[in-house]
Design a protein around this ligand. Sequence first.
Ligand code: NAD
Length: 340
Amino acid sequence: MFAAMEAARLEALHLVQDPASGLRAVIAIHNTRMGPALGGCRYLQYGDERSAIEDAIRLARSMSYKAALAGLEQGGGKAVILREPHVQNRASLFEAFGRFIETLGGRYITATDSGTSSIDMDCIARHTQHVTSTSEQGDPSPLTAMGVFTGIRATAMARLGNDDLDGLRVAIQGLGSVGFALAEALHAAGAELLVSDLDGGRVQLAVEQLGAHPVACEALLTTPCDILAPCGLGGVLDMQTVAHLRCAAVAGAANNQLASPDVAESLEARGILYAPDYVINAGGLIHVALRHLGEPPSAVTAHLARIRQRLTEIYAHAQADKRSPARVADQLAERLLYGA
Ligand code: NAD
């Protein structure tokens, strides 16, 4: 386990158990150079304990990179609570988790993630102030969408020489909390929308409310468009899918869009500009971080502009140095995190 921690440059790994509530959790604190580690708490079933720990480590690392490039005074961390098939008392489980977070004295701040909700965060908040995305603070998804929207403007400017979205053809994969809000913003800006979702009801809503063109899920990635916006699950871009893309740029909300790091070079070779996912989708993190610090919503909106600035800077470096934007983003983040 120490070798895995060293490979990920992880600062600390906490294993937590509380027999009374049935809590079994992992907290990975990746890097606190820029500030306390902030990152969501997953509540999922895992095949085994090792995969839960590996998930926490991998996700904590990516939170450090995201926070650093978003210009936040936060580090990266992540928690995973192992979900049992039958939960006795969900509230007492999250309360027990809150009590443990409190013992860390603020080194780790938790938030919602897959499988958890603002109600769970409210239970945690009964025992610690080191929690965000509670019911009072609200859903970060609309802010993630706003950040992706500004990032699409930066991407259109860099790749197409114009940030006017009127008439731009944007293909959105996934119309969930983020994808639908993004579609609304793009529609308001005059973009033409091509959309798919596994849930036909979401597609129907976009067709009726936003005049979107429905596309079959299996055809979305190969649909001719200006910008492809993956907003469903991660890992959608691999060597095979990239070979068949028919877009000028990829700029969407999904985490871990590249199935492996070398896919960035394939996109580059095909002349497809890629907006590094953890840079363009940082709006939700900016929301939870600043709201936790007591900043007003106006400060969050103002900070979102940094996503556009950061992407523009990354694209300029990438073009000048003939490297992929993904590599440039990683190197910028590592300079901030390690002074390398
Ligand atoms: P969500 O679960 O609300 O929505 C995802 C949608 O994508 C669902 O409607 C699902 O049916 C659809 N989908 C999944 N696979 C698909 C496929 N192959 N083809 C078409 N549709 C598909 O999730 P969300 O909160 O909107 O997040 C979307 C993505 O953005 C996720 O990868 C998430 O990790 C990432 N993200 C979200 C936030 C946030 O604030 N919610 C922040 C950063 C990153």
